[in-house]
Ligand binder design. Structure first.
Ligand code: ADP
Ligand code: ZN
Ligand code: ZN
Length: 816
């Protein structure tokens, strides 16, 4: 008898045994996919992780439907890594498998398939089976795989479907088909034939009888003398007070050449692509240090202040690893940042750069998957968000985790709830590869690891090009209110600074952290605030749509005209969010163009990219935004950053609140003054003497680290303790309360470590489910693996108690 051991893409910890024939036994290899039946009528794409001859004891092994691959599409190292992720983060290996594979490679009976609207199909080029499916989808716009199976009366259809997907004839229902095209900006430069010394005379000769054109050319020289940047047609027209028609005439005359560039963080001169990158002295030193450290250590942290040019150092390092033929993985915290980085890296590495993240279409993701597996030169550098970690690398040499402190590296839902930085370090270990972490504001955990010698540390304390660190000015809101120097949420000082920046043609960034601080409608008579029906949270007022909306479940109602509790019509708005700031700005600076970057304006596809582009292209003067602004964006015309209210970040109930506030403010501040001029940051706060605010003002990372580390030790938090957070949910309040108490008691009786709770979170009901949490703190000195095993046992016994079975249990290891 012959068997395979497979992983199913389901939230299950177990693997399953299926029967195969002898011929299949000699053909199948670990890492191939097989279609298997499961349950009564389901079919899944399973992954083979072992081939053996041990009959399962507990059940009769079913036969596989069919083998889906001719050679493995997952590597053994990859599977080993998944097993680690599943064990460490206490989830099923099936969770990891499901999260790792692009869904195009994971077809199952329930997958919904539809025909692609604009597909050019030549029926003659389709096989009979392909044609049948194609035809079925003409009659019905979408079908489940299961339905197609019954139409064709044939089990083995997955390979056919895959061919149709690859031919771009059918798509999976969830697909995003749109592709973002960054806006191109039009530039001109002097035609190369006038570049020589005698060129100027020739040029004057050409323009002898065209005074309007001559003016433009003179303006061109004037601009290029004062700033060493490429010149946009827009700017040229503005400065010369002329029209684009005349510029066009000059282009036709071959005095100017036009070219288009994507406006991004690359500091280009229009021909930069072939230039070799020159590191500054500080960058060069850091680069050499990193190389030396990586000879001995597996991980190195590059702690470089904002705008120190960390990316340039990454590029240099990547160059060296590429020369040895190794693969490089570059992780970013946010999909929206990839567009900028990709174009920056493509300048150096051309088509060796591949991108992988969840907004890419299935076909693109499958393509990158295959290239990675084949070690293709077209995927030597993979840029991606955390899921890129699960690609089938076989020759990985270097992993870069940029902005390593970012919270988005930790997955919250669904499982696996892994931290990409930590999982990257383990992956590197399996490949004997090296890891470079980069940040201007490293996480306490990472910095701690450098202090105990586990990671190497390299610091850059100066900004590139000798730009000075921004000056931070504190505004005491209490005092300003007292002296009536506030207009809405703006202090007189901030207004003055904005006015000055605008008068100099500079752009401004205003930061308003909205977490837990959204505008609500309050009744002035009885104090009633409308709440969501399904979640225990107040509804947020959206002036633009004139409705109230729940940020947790999306429930919304029209703005009430009277109080639902006492019928009074005396209603007022309380609190302020980005939207209100924008409204106030329009009154304060009616001529300025404002833009807003928050969850509402960036929700649509590519909303984030569009706003960034508009800001870079200077279509927006003042950009108001939430934490998204803090994520490593590079704008060259911003010298003023305003932080509207520092306090609501500081007082968030979370042991990382001070660390995060420091990181967020420092990062936002870092957007100011990235070109020659020193930037300015205005922080409005009720607590100008708060330690964290002082640390931001003095750019004192070391002070913040020391203080926070001390607190972490006293209050038993990371890096001294590892935290596992259990979240339990149920619609029945009493049952949840009882079940959580049971869980808590079992844990605290059997574990000799701190177990806290059960606690009711501030928002204790979401989508009609009540929520309770338990926190387990594991000290560094006790063996983690053993403790987790014990915990797992107790979780299992909880799940076997009949009356608690319906309670949802979420395990979050290293909770962030
Ligand atoms: P960080 O990521 O450290 O905040 P960046 O890598 O974004 O900083 O660099 C800041 C700016 O300085 C960018 O516009 C970048 O192009 C420029 N820059 C940094 N180093 C160099 C270099 N060696 N040569 C040219 N430009 C550089
Ligand atoms: Zn809700
Ligand atoms: Zn009322």
């Amino acid at each position: 008898m012959f068997f395979v051991e497979v992983v199913l893409p389901l939230s299950l910890a177990k693997t399953f045994t299926y029967r195969i024939s002898e011929a299949e036994f000699y053909f199948i290899k670990k890492g191939m996919r097989v279609a298997v039946p499961f349950g009564k009528s389901k079919m899944y794409t399973a992954l083979v992780i072992d081939i053996h001859q041990n009959k399962p004891n507990l059940y009769e092994a079913k036969e596989i439907h069919q083998i889906l691959d001719e050679k493995p599409i997952a590597t053994e190292t990859q599977i080993k890594h998944w097993v680690w992720v599943a064990n460490y983060y206490m989830c099923g290996i099936g969770d990891v498998y499901r999260g790792a594979f692009p869904s195009g490679l994971l077809l199952e009976s329930e997958t919904i398939i539809s025909h692609k609207a604009d597909a050019a199909v030549n029926p003659d080029e389709l096989s009979d089976e392909e044609f049948l499916i194609y035809e079925a989808l003409q009659q019905q716009s979408s079908l489940k795989v299961l339905e197609i199976i019954s139409i064709l009366n044939k089990k083995n259809i997955l390979p056919v479907l895959q061919k149709l997907i690859a031919k771009d004839i059918i798509v999976l229902e969830e697909e995003i088909k749109e592709n973002y095209k960054p806006k191109l900006v039009r530039y001109v430069r002097l035609h190369s034939k006038y570049e020589s010394d005698s060129g100027l005379n020739e040029l004057l000769e050409v323009l002898k009888n065209a005074s309007k054109q001559k003016e433009i050319v003179l303006a061109y020289f004037q601009i290029s003398a004062s700033e060493k940047k490429p010149i946009t047609v827009k700017k040229l027209v503005e400065v010369s007070n002329s029209t684009s028609a005349i510029v066009k005439a000059l282009i036709e005359k071959e005095v100017f050449e036009e070219y288009y560039l994507q406006h991004d963080r690359v500091s280009f001169d229009g021909k930069a692509s072939k230039k070799r990158l020159l590191l500054s002295q500080a960058q060069q030193t850091a680069f050499e240090e990193i190389k030396n450290i990586l000879l001995e250590k597996e991980v190195c942290l590059l702690h470089g202040v904002t705008s120190s040019g960390k990316t340039e150092i990454y590029i240099k390092l990547i160059e060296e690893y590429l020369e040895t033929g190794k693969q490089v993985l570059y992780l970013l915290p946010e999909i929206a940042l990839t567009t900028q980085l990709v174009s920056r890296l493509r300048l150096h590495f051309g088509d060796k750069v591949a991108v992988f993240h969840s907004k890419y279409s299935n076909n693109e993701r499958v393509e990158v998957w295959k290239r990675t597996l084949e070690n293709s030169h077209k995927a030597q550098i993979i840029i991606g968000t955390r899921t890129a970690l699960f690609l089938p690398f076989n020759n990985l040499g270097l992993l870069i985790v940029d902005e390593e402190h970012e919270q988005t590296f930790k997955q919250t839902d669904p499982a696996p709830r892994y931290h990409a930085r930590d999982a990257a370090i383990v992956l590197a270990n399996f490949h004997s590869a090296k890891v470079l972490l980069g940040s201007a504001t490293p996480s306490i955990e990472t910095y701690f690891n450098t202090q105990i010698g586990k990671f190497g540390l390299v610091a850059i304390t100066e900004r590139y090009n000798n730009v000075r660190m921004p000056e931070v000015v504190l505004v005491d809101l209490k005092d300003k209110h007292f002296r009536k120097r506030m207009t809405g949420h703006f202090s007189d000082l901030l207004i003055e600074e904005i006015a000055e920046a605008l008068s100099l043609g500079e752009q401004v960034i205003l930061f308003q952290n909205r977490r837990g601080y959204s505008p609500v409608i309050e009744c002035l008579t009885c104090g009633h605030v409308p709440h969501c029906q399904q979640c225990n949270v107040s509804l947020t007022y959206h002036k633009h749509k004139n409705h109230l909306r729940c940020h947790y479940c999306g429930y919304s109602i029209a703005k009430p005209t009277h109080c639902h509790s006492c019928s009074s019509i005396d209603l007022t708005t309380k609190g302020f969010g980005t939207e209100q700031i924008e409204q106030e700005l329009m009154l304060l600076f009616p001529k300025a163009k404002t833009g807003r970057m928050d969850q509402d304006t960036t929700r649509g596809k590519f909303g984030f990219e569009k706003i960034i582009d508009a800001f870079k292209n200077r279509e927006i003067d003042i950009l108001v935004g939430t934490q998204m602004l803090a994520k490593g964006l590079d704008f060259d015309n911003v010298n003023l950053v305003g932080i509207m209210n520092a306090d609501n970040m500081l007082y968030h109930p979370d042991f990382r609140a001070f660390e995060r506030s420091f990181q967020m403010m420092t990062q936002v501040a870092g957007r100011a003054g990235r070109s020659e001029k020193q930037g300015k940051v205005v922080i409005q706060t009720y607590n100008p003497n708060h330690n964290t605010i002082q640390q931001v003002t003095m750019h004192n990372y070391a002070g913040m680290y020391k203080e926070q580390l001390y607190d972490r030790q006293i209050y038993k938090y990371p890096p001294y303790f590892r935290i596992i957070k259990l979240t339990l949910k149920h619609r029945d309040f009493d049952k949840l309360k009882e079940g959580t108490m049971w869980m808590y008691q079992v844990l605290s009786q059997n574990l000799n470590i701190p177990v806290l709770g059960p606690e009711e979170p501030a928002i204790n009901r979401i989508r009609n489910e009540y929520i309770r949490t338990i926190l387990i703190k594991i000290p560094q000195n006790i063996p983690l693996v053993v403790t987790k095993k014990t915990i797992q046992k107790m979780l299992n016994s909880f799940e076997s108690v009949a009356q608690y079975r319906a309670i949802k249990l979420i395990v979050n290891v290293d909770f962030y």
